[in-house]
Design a protein around this ligand. Structure first.
Ligand SMILES: [Fe+2]
Length: 170
């Protein structure tokens, strides 16, 4: 192998490793966001009230559990790429782009906040799936493509609850 070919191959290998590291960074952020989304859901699960209490209490738990399951999938995907998942509990908040819910909220505000959280995650997952596909990482792109559908389903359920004008409770 001549020196030029060797340099080209080394550059290619460096570029591949850099692309993989960038994908792992998206996985870290998505993992951190999944934990924040889960904790927010537990808050709504506990603090919801009113005529829709039972439905909302159960829905927040169900959707929270689905988001919780994503944490492990995202972390283990990082390991499959020889990357490091977010492991130290203290690293979650600084890595997340989703903000933890704060203070007393009306039920409508809880629902609105949950919809906004899904909007953020859905938008980021689209960008991250594209980035993974461009890096040739179809596995991570597929993971995002699959998980985003759950977020879209959650957003749909929450948005239906926010609709007014049925004369029943709003
Ligand atoms: Fe519970």
């Amino acid at each position: 192998m001549n020196a030029t070919v060797q340099i080209q191959e080394e550059l290619q290998m460096t570029a591949t490793l850099q692309a993989q590291q960038t994908v792992v960074e998206t996985l870290n952020r998505e993992q951190a966001n999944a934990l924040v989304a889960y904790l927010n859901y537990k808050k709504y699960h506990w603090l919801t009230y009113g005529p829709l209490f039972r439905d909302l209490h159960l829905l927040f738990e169900e959707q929270g559990n689905a988001v919780f399951a994503m944490i492990d999938e995202l972390a283990e995907r990082s390991l499959m790429l020889d990357g490091s998942p977010v492991a130290d509990p203290a690293d979650y908040l600084p890595t997340a782009t989703l903000r933890p819910s704060t203070g007393q909220l009306s039920v409508r505000d809880m629902l609105g906040e949950a919809v906004a959280s899904h909007e953020l995650i859905i938008q980021e997952m689209h960008q991250d799936a594209e980035l993974a596909a461009e890096a040739g990482d179809i596995g991570t792109a597929d993971l995002y493509t699959r998980l985003v559908q759950t977020h879209q389903k959650h957003r749909w359920f929450l948005k239906e609850l926010l609709k007014k004008g049925d004369g029943l409770v709003s």
